[in-house]
Ligand binder design. Sequence first.
Ligand code: TXD
Length: 316
Amino acid sequence: MARKKISLIGGGQIGGVLAQLCALRELGDVVLFDIVEGLPQGKMLDIAEVGPVDRYDVNLKGTNSYEDIKGSDVVIVTAGLPRKPGMSRDDLIEVNSKIMTSVAEGIKAYAPESIIIVISNPLDAMVTLCQKITGFPYNRVIGQAGVLDSARFASFIAWELGVSVKDVTAMTLGGHGDDMVPLVRYASVNGIPVTELLEQKYGAEKGKEVMAAMVKRTRGAGGEVVALLKTGSAFYSPASAAISMAEAILKDQKRVLPTCCFLQGEFGVNGFYVGVPAVLGEKGVENIIQFKLDAEEQAMMDKSVAAVKELVGSMK
Ligand code: TXD
């Protein structure tokens, strides 16, 4: 069986980690594209040369030519500038829209059958623009934000309760912004509601305060890393998050993962990309999982969707 092919558009901080993770997991042959001469070629040579140690048999190629992405099954896009301290994700929209336009044109021309996972920020706007320019079906253009935001929420819960991260499930909905919706009611430790465990540990009121603090930290987690790094934003975590989505597609795993999908009525949203739980398989988004939100969750979701609509509306 022929190996799958993954192309990574953007060979910066996240792109380099994506390339190494693809190799380590032997997901397929990997092409790393960037506009900077030598950058993708150098990173791919570096990863390739340690193959005997990390024991992966995949072809790794760095390039400055879109020609090389031909035949890609999955394309992951990180091209774009990251935030600096004090910047919001939305501050990137103008410069990254220009970059995304050229990237989407390149993918449309050379990998018209691929499934695209967008990472570039502001995510909800960039995935919208990517789909518009490529004209690909909505199920083949998705965004990565929710897997990362949900992982952050789950980590904070695991650290607070002193349990393994392997046993916490937690999910966020909505946009990849300060209004994202960490779903408190559905957070669990092997099915046991986190709210119940917090109440046992702290009592009802304090338990609610501790949860509220974790929700707040989840919403601000990207900014917390940016403030510490000072030179850019998180890159290990978004790379791993995107790889979990790529792997679900490449191996047709039918994973249910929080995914920035184009909604056509789901959760009362029509015509916008928003983070929701989706079944990811060989066709990309194969189903969107819907479920009832309570009044408080619906209000938060509406607020987050309104922020997405405003952001997308601000794109020229
Ligand atoms: O989870 C998420 N969705 C977010 C995404 C989490 C963290 C960071 N998020 C965003 O990803 C971040 O705000 C940026 O918009 C992207 C990429 O972040 P990264 O940290 O990888 O940025 P770098 O290191 O600056 O890399 C960007 C690369 C760089 O090498 C540029 O030369 C390249 O993009 N670039 C281009 N590649 C192709 N085509 C064009 N036009 C282009 N312009 C720049």
